[in-house]
Design a protein around this ligand. Structure first.
Ligand code: NIG
Ligand code: FE
Length: 455
């Protein structure tokens, strides 16, 4: 497929308008957060039913100065643009050449910034070692903490740029990025600052999250009351410093038996909430730990992992989904796969209970060293039995809500940011089908082409 900038536009990237035509399908994901049966509605506009790619009624997407200004049949959108004073000659046109157009993908859960690698743990797990066992022996997260504390801001930024670039090549235009490999104030601030700066640098937007409650660091482990003392440090010293820095939009905690209890997680997250931060939670990743219940009680933006929720936990999220502040269940199938779990998270139970489902990579050096969100979509379809359209909603509109940006990104609707992807696939069903393939043909961020295959 070739990218054609046709006659009529200024032919340069500084034209204020961009008009995408020639799409076989435009999956708009319009209409807000998806839950229950609506999770499967990708709000698709289809060229075939309009008479073909070149038909006057074939779907187009129009963007102006970084925002979407029109989505729908070409003749209607063009008439609307002219009537509203947007001269059609000021639009650069891109021919999607029969590909599918979707919103830019949102990776709602990553541990983007760290130093070092932990490939040895893959072999240890093959030999039967458990994840928490490796952590308790001073490895796992703690090994990454030691390497990260020793890394400079520049080294962390270089690492972050490398992986954001690869995520972008997979069609991802917004990434949530947790700290949590510093576990002391200075390093946590460094991680949050680098995450913020990388977002400012672009093209991918980065949404920083403070995860001071990721593990109890070595210097507290030797103390008999180590976990309690570290929780006090989090609330009394780390959090006030993080709040004063102002980079983290939300706070997270690893609520898990043997790490932080639900009660300890609650103390940290309630304190963060009092500073005006949104909350999210690593909940019930390895065993039922009261995480889903806590996320519902706190009105969290999202409860993540949920590999092993209790029935009461699922019920609590179902109740929240019917209320004012639904908690998005952000599921991470690459992690279950990488940890060699026999079953993934019970995604169908969440959907049947009306809980909105999002997906993320959980990109991190221990349990999910993959930057490939489309691969996660395939894993969700194969292992969790999500339909392709349910999985697409999970990495667009629902992921946008999970990171607190549901009004800004995640769907192709007038007023929203012009973040979109043209895929080398003719239907949305083909996206998970070509598992692991490199299908993102053109990536547009805020109305600018930031990635073009082969360019
Ligand atoms: O989401 N479970 C806690 N945190 C990460 C793993 C971090 C690590 O092992 O470095 C997760 O799986
Ligand atoms: Fe995680």
């Amino acid at each position: 497929m070739t990218l054609r900038l046709i006659e009529g536009g200024r032919g340069s990237s500084d034209a204020p308008g961009l008009l995408i035509h020639g799409a076989s399908q435009v999956a708009t994901l319009a209409g807000g957060l998806r839950r229950g049966p609506a999770q499967a509605d990708a709000a698709v506009l289809d060229a075939a039913s309009a008479g073909g790619l070149a038909a006057a009624g074939a779907p187009v997407v129009a963007c102006w100065e970084g925002r979407i200004v029109g989505v729908g049949p070409r003749d209607e959108v063009e008439r609307g643009l002219e009537a509203a004073g947007f001269g059609l000659s000021r639009f650069v046109r891109i021919d999607a050449d029969g590909g599918v157009v979707t919103p830019g993908l949102v990776d709602a859960h990553t541990h983007l910034l760290f130093a070092g690698t932990r490939e040895g743990e893959l072999v240890l797990r093959q030999q039967g070692a458990g994840y928490l066992e490796i952590l308790a022996a001073g490895g796992g997260i703690l090994a990454t903490v030691a390497a990260t504390r020793a890394a400079t801001e520049e080294q962390l930024a270089r690492h972050g740029r490398r992986w954001l670039d690869e995520m972008c090549s997979h069609g991802v235009t917004t990434v949530e990025a947790k700290s949590g490999y510093g576990l002391d104030l200075a390093t946590e601030l460094r991680l949050l600052e680098v995450a913020f700066e990388l977002g400012r640098e672009g093209p991918v937007d980065v949404v920083p999250t403070w995860l001071g409650a990721h593990a109890v660091p070595a210097e507290y482990r030797s103390r008999p009351d180590g976990t309690e003392a570290y929780v006090r440090h989090l609330v009394e010293e780390q959090l006030p410093g993080v709040a004063a820095q102002g980079r983290a939009r939300s706070a997270d905690a690893f609520c898990e038996r043997g790490v932080f209890s639900a009660e300890q997680s609650r103390r940290v997250l309630e304190a963060a909430s009092a500073f005006g931060m949104a909350v999210r939670l690593h909940a019930d990743e390895l065993a039922p730990s009261g995480g889903a219940e806590l996320a519902a009680e706190l009105g969290a933006l999202s409860a993540d992992h949920l590999h092993s929720p209790s029935d009461a936990g699922i019920q609590a999220l179902a109740d929240a989904a019917r209320g004012e502040s639904p908690v998005v269940a952000t599921l991470l199938p690459a992690t279950s796969w990488y940890l060699m779990e026999e079953q993934p998270a019970p995604a169908r139970r969440f959907i049947e209970a009306g809980v909105p489902v999002a997906l993320g990579t959980d990109f991190n050096p221990g349990t999910s060293p993959t930057p490939n969100l489309p691969l996660v979509v395939s894993l969700a379809c194969i292992g969790m039995r999500l339909s392709p359209s349910e999985a697409l909603a999970a990495v667009t509109i629902n992921a946008a809500h999970a990171v607190g940006l549901g009004d800004e990104i995640g769907s192709l609707e007038p007023g929203k940011a012009a973040d979109l992807v043209i895929w080398r696939a003719a239907t949305i069903e083909q996206l998970p089908y070509w598992a692991g393939a490199d299908l993102a043909e053109v990536v547009v961020k805020r109305g600018r082409v930031v990635r073009r295959r082969g360019a």
